[in-house]
Design a binder for this molecule. Sequence first.
Ligand SMILES: [Zn+2]
Length: 433
Amino acid sequence: MRLTVFIIASYLFTTVANASEVVPANVSLSENDRTLMAWVDSHANAILEELRQHVDLNTGTANIAGLDQYRERLQSDLEQLGFATQTHASAAQAILTCGGGQMQFADHLIARRQGGNGPRLLLNGHMDTVFPHDDEFQKLMVSEDGTLAGPGVADMKGGIVIMLNALRALNAQGLLKDVNLTVLLNSDEEIGSLGSRPLIEELAREHDIGLVFEGSWGNTVTRARKGLGQARLVVRGRESHAGGAHPDGVSANLELAQKIVEIEQLTDYEKQTTVNTGVMRGGEKRNTVAGCADAYIDMRFPDQAAGEQLQKGIKRVAAKQFVHNPNHPELPITEYWSVLHRPVKPADRKVDELIALAMGYSVLIGEPITGTRYSGGGTDGSIAQAVGLPTMDSLGIDGDGAHSSRETATVKSLIARTKLVAVLMAHLLVQSE
Ligand SMILES: [Zn+2]
């Protein structure tokens, strides 16, 4: 029974529609497109070397120095392509944990080229990865069969290198003159864009089409995405000696453990809602009743109402009291914080048109996109689309194993997707509105 449920759930989370390799009538390769593709082929070694340099520079979300260095590099690359750049700071945020503290964000990068009356494109990516500066997984490895392994190679340094080189190819053909292009690279995507969300929303409102360079799994593109939320609980009890003063203690661990059991029951695969307590910590010593415990929880949902339901459910359990000590009836105390940080990204007619266009070009380029996907993962494209910007995401490199030391991608996809993005942008930038 359990297995059946699991199989159904996996299916729902990764549904891939079959691609037909039919090229729409409005899609064909021009001489210009072929020149763009030839530019990419003749720069293939340099593109791979550039990806190595990006991956080898650690940019874990908390590694502010690494992210500063990466941002300066990208800033200079984009300035060389005629972009005017600026940085944007997000204020530090308090974190609800037993230890408290503040979350610092590295600056985000905005680069613009403006001119003419063509559609305004917003190219979006994130510079941060999930790998801290002291992680064992730090360097790009290239196998003879063209497999790339490295931290953030798919999520999403491959995508950044693809975007950058597509822009270079366009620039070499003089196709960046009189275009409206904005590149937004944020530094906090991997913690839910908690700092950069207002910036993403502001820029999304100023543009007509959004392209996001997150990795593409199995050479697919993502058509729709679940919404995401997060919650934190801190339970404060009372420390006491586990031997001499056991009745005087109020165990924060016991209280949190019981809360988590109830919170996890909010998962409902049929409704496609899931809750995951990814982190829980509590106590200091074996022989002390735990004075404080905290948890960090993830939520996924198929529509906004379901997200709000989950949020309410967690809040309700947070307010319940499981541990009662008549000597300290006011304890334990539970603090709660939550945010639905990524809206649901439903299928959208304009995005479907972009997908059809990209699929058509991918066939002509010789690396056909294999299908579209409904994903349980969220991206900044969900934030942009929720404020009205039709956004196509997963234009980045074909990869696997993101957020783990098994993260891989392929050289073949690095080159094919660079061509695809160059050709797609060339088409979109000259489109009349
Ligand atoms: Zn990512």
